[in-house]
Design a protein around this ligand. Structure first.
Ligand SMILES: *Cc1c(COP(=O)(O)O)cnc(C)c1O
Length: 426
């Protein structure tokens, strides 16, 4: 039987005309657990992680998985067991890290709107670093820490004003974004932080965007951050760790981002050349660790050929896969089993059941399908389940983690009772 790998997704492959995740056929998983169903490959996550680990071999580096990409406990557990830290953006994410067995000391807390109670909980848990995003936040964090007779370890997120050349909704390091401290304000902000009694300055960080497919924006941002470190240290404030954020892209549709190890070989050359090669390094990758480790299986409910468009209505929708509706994002859509006999290949609008015209999963896809067929929406490991909603009172999908020939159900399908928990009639 021939094995045919899908581009960019070595852990998903056709054996004959059946699509497999590692050693398991996806059609059988769909039969066992129903659809829509997210299926993740543990080997794919670990091999994505290993590319970064190879890149940092011999360095003092901490990889903090940016868990907003996929915050399911079973996924967090994979990274916690592999020794990763976590980049969190809310108190809820901290509770998930702790529930999955993650180490609080390896947690960094990002985000522009941390509340006092989130700060208190994170200080009590003993997280590694707060990535502070404004001068106002510095003052509040210092106060909260002082009230608890603690010192908050802080890094300031700087906005290097570098264009990551990605979708405007996922670029974060340009002037005019809500994120980070402007380049020109950085030194003054560090001086303020160093003088606040509840804070200890430990690092600097930047994160310029997401789904970045070029090296140049990273190299530019690194230069700008290192210039800042030089001026901050010249002012007598030592910077222990350098955090270069996340944002590396994945192959959705012939995209060609640099491999993590190649990217870091080049970034480390620059760090070495500028004399920073022995500093503690941190990174916050999200999408590049999980995006191509997951697929969403969905069943074709109805075919509705039309005058202008042919609609292929499937049982997954924008509440499960929000990226097309939110960012006009592209996901490959492929058959789980061989083509239906006698079905002509036609161009289909692949859409879900949600009552919105924006509920589409793929435009103009050439597919040979009939009702009852299973399709796999590829590259669905990042920013899908973690952004899933209950819109239209649709329960969120189940999730399975495949490890070799074993399948672990890591999330049960959400029921209407689950959805109504906590609601009351007046
Ligand atoms: C979202 C985010 C990341 C991860 O971005 P990816 O594109 O998923 O790698 C890292 N750091 C911060 C601060 C973020 O907000």
């Amino acid at each position: 039987m021939s094995t045919q790998h899908l581009p960019g997704q070595p852990h998903f492959a056709y054996r004959g005309d059946e699509l497999f995740a590692e050693e398991l056929g996806l059609a059988e998983l769909a039969r066992a657990h129903g659809t829509p169903l997210f299926v993740y490959s543990k080997a794919a996550m670990l091999s994505a992680l290993r590319a970064y680990q190879r890149g940092f071999a011999g360095r003092d580096a901490q990889i903090c998985y940016a868990m907003k990409a996929n915050s399911s406990l079973g996924v967090l557990q994979v990274f916690a067991q592999a020794g990763c830290g976590f980049d969190i953006v809310s108190g809820g994410e901290l509770e998930r890290v702790l529930a999955a067995g993650g180490d609080a000391r390896k947690v960094i807390f990002s985000g522009v709107g941390k509340t006092r109670s989130e700060m208190q909980r994170a200080l009590a848990a003993g997280i590694g670093c707060f990535n502070v995003e404004s001068e106002a936040e510095l003052e509040v964090l210092s106060q909260v820490a002082q009230d608890m007779h603690l010192q908050a370890p802080v890094s300031i997120r700087v906005n290097p004003n570098v264009d990551p050349k990605t979708h405007p909704y996922i670029s974060t390091g340009l002037k005019g974004n809500k994120f980070g401290i402007a380049h020109e304000r950085t030194l003054a902000t560090y001086q303020r932080a160093a003088n606040l009694p509840g804070l200890t300055v430990v690092g600097i960080d930047c994160h310029i965007g997401s789904q970045i497919t070029q090296e140049a924006p990273y190299l530019d941002a690194m230069d700008r951050v290192l210039d800042l470190v030089e001026s901050i240290e010249a002012a007598g404030i030592p910077i222990k760790h350098l955090d270069f954020g996340g944002g590396l892209g994945i192959d959705y549709n012939g995209d060609t981002p640099p491999a993590a190890d190649t990217l870091w070989a080049h970034l480390l050359e620059k760090l070495d050349a500028r004399g920073f090669g022995t500093r503690k390094l941190m990174i916050e990758p999200g999408r590049s660790l999980v995006g191509n480790a997951g697929v969403c299986l969905t069943e074709v409910l109805y075919l509705k050929p039309g005058e202008q468009k042919n609609f292929c209505i499937v049982d997954a929708a924008m509440n499960d896969l929000p990226r097309p509706a939110m960012y006009q994002a592209f996901h490959q859509i492929v058959p789980v089993s061989g083509p239906a006999p006698d079905q002509p290949a036609l161009e289909w609008e692949v859409v879900g059941p949600v009552c919105e015209s924006g509920d589409w999963i793929g435009h103009d896809r050439m597919l040979q399908v009939q009702a009852g067929n299973l399709l796999a929406v590829m590259s669905a490991g990042a920013y899908c389940m973690s952004m899933a909603s209950n819109y239209n009172t649709r329960g969120r999908a189940a999730e399975v983690l495949v490890d070799g020939a074993k399948a672990h159900l890591i999330r049960e399908r959400e029921t209407p009772v689950d959805q109504m928990r906590g609601e009351k009639l007046a």
